[in-house]
Write a protein that binds this ligand. Structure first.
Ligand SMILES: [Zn+2]
Length: 176
């Protein structure tokens, strides 16, 4: 049984400037996030095969250098305000994978978890064909499977993108 939907709590601490009154903008963002979570969470859970409730919080706040992040441990999801301009459904689905993967495995490599998140999010949002490209290069696959946290953190942006793509490709073969 999936009960996680009822556990989602939405916080709003929007600091981005906007022409609309802040309260209205926060209300609109909260409603949109709730709509996406309600649509996508059951799909993510079904695709991952996880079943237990996962209490989590979603808040909107500026993040340096990325669109969204999910804190391990308490599963607090932070969405950058810029994510509302483009690809919000994919971003929400991706973070929901992290929410539901947390605690599922003791030590999944970061690159593999990211690839899994990209692949499951693509499936959940109907964009799976993005990962049906050619096989990734062996170096990227090896890095996805074997890099530790420090090695992953030290990757340059383009290398990280290759690792994510390789891991997503791998996940697409393991979880069709
Ligand atoms: Zn991620």
């Amino acid at each position: 049984m999936v009960r996680a939907l009822a556990a989602a709590a939405f916080l709003a601490s929007v600091t981005a400037g906007c022409a609309a009154p802040l309260a209205l903008r926060e209300e609109g963002q909260r409603a949109l996030l709730l709509e996406h979570v309600q649509e996508l969470e059951p799909r993510v859970v079904a695709l991952l095969g996880t079943e237990w409730a996962r209490p989590f919080e979603v808040r909107v706040h500026e993040i340096e250098g990325c669109r969204a992040e999910t804190r391990r441990g308490d599963r607090r999801v932070t969405i950058d305000p810029d994510s509302f301009d483009d690809g919000l459904r994919m971003t929400v689905a991706h973070e929901l994978v992290h929410v539901h993967a947390t605690g599922r495995w003791a030590g999944l490599p970061r690159g593999v978890e990211e690839g899994l998140a990209y692949w499951i999010a693509a499936r959940a949002t109907g964009l799976a064909e993005e990962y049906e490209g050619p096989e990734p290069c062996p170096d990227a696959l090896r890095a996805a499977l074997t890099l530790d946290d420090q090695g992953y953190d030290e990757l340059h942006e383009l290398e990280r993108a290759d690792v994510h793509q390789a891991a997503a490709w791998l996940a697409s073969r393991l979880i069709p």
